[in-house]
Design a protein around this ligand. Structure first.
Ligand code: NAD
Length: 244
């Protein structure tokens, strides 16, 4: 039977590439988005015109009510969610004394509360079925910390702790929970960086380039397949050698 994946923040950047790769590999794909309805719908139409199976649903993942509604609709449409990809994220660059409480709360809410809300919707059913995969998109900065990104690094490190703990708890139910912690990937998230900063960053990467969204999407696909069944509680970091 065709498997179903739900990808948060699935209409842009890494999430969009992941949605496309899963759809091309014969999954039903639920694409969650927050804003830019037109872009999300036109992406979904593009995939549907290619005969691929997709459903596009709006929800702010920080809202329990919106998340519940989204999952209800997804379960109603496809009957199952076999894979959850917690990809939605935001970035924020500023010195620590300048971070406001509201910015801090938003950062923690999007990455940690959002992941919590979505996992709550799929884990009970996965336990019943004794099968399921959860892939959390953290960041290299959650592993090593980034200056001017204290809130982001904290949230992303939290995702790693969550992954490791949940993997231990759900292992006996044959549910794999893993983390992908990308290095610097070419998406809109890099927009706040100046070209000079980008060049400096690129020079630090042994492979001398930023990663491409497809390189992350293919790794997520691997983590959703049977071939990776013995991998759980792991943090895999496609980062061009920046951190080894
Ligand atoms: P992006 O900005 O292109 O995409 C992020 C998506 O998340 C957007 O579609 C946005 O609308 C969505 N989103 C944000 N808040 C949301 C919410 N509350 N509810 C629902 N959706 C929400 O960025 P990206 O680079 O594709 O990032 C994807 C993930 O990868 C993020 O978690 C990011 O932290 C992580 N990441 C990115 C990089 C990078 O260099 N681009 C590196 C490491 C990790």
């Amino acid at each position: 039977m065709k498997k179903t994946v739900l990808i948060t923040g699935g209409a842009k950047g890494i999430g969009r590439a992941t949605a496309e790769v899963f759809a091309e590999n014969d999954f039903n794909v639920v694409i969650n988005y927050l804003s830019s309805e037109k872009a999300a719908q036109s992406f979904a139409s593009e995939l549907k015109e290619r005969g691929l199976s997709v459903l596009v649903l709006r929800a702010d993942i920080t809202s329990k009510v919106e998340v519940e509604k989204m999952f209800e609709e997804a379960y109603r449409t496809f009957g199952t969610i076999d894979i959850l990809v917690n990809n939605a994220g935001i970035s924020h660059y500023s010195l620590f004394p300048e971070i406001t409480e509201a910015e801090w709360d938003r950062m923690i809410n999007v990455h940690l509360k959002g992941m919590f809300n979505c996992c709550k919707q799929v884990v009970p059913d996965m336990i019943r079925k004794k099968q399921g995969k959860i892939v959390n998109i953290s960041s290299i900065w959650g592993m090593v910390g980034a200056s001017c990104e204290v809130s982001y690094s904290t949230a992303k490190a939290g995702m790693i702790g969550f992954t490791k703990a949940l993997a231990k708890e759900l292992g006996p139910s044959n549910i794999q929970v893993n983390c992908v912690a990308p290095g610097v990937i070419e998406t809109d998230m890099l927009n706040p960086l100046s070209e000079v900063d980008k060049d400096l960053l690129r020079e630090e990467i042994p492979l001398m380039r930023f990663g491409q969204v497809k390189e992350i999407a293919n790794l997520v696909l691997f983590l959703a397949k049977q071939e990776s069944d013995y991998l759980t509680g792991q943090v895999i970091s496609p980062n061009g050698g920046l951190v080894t």
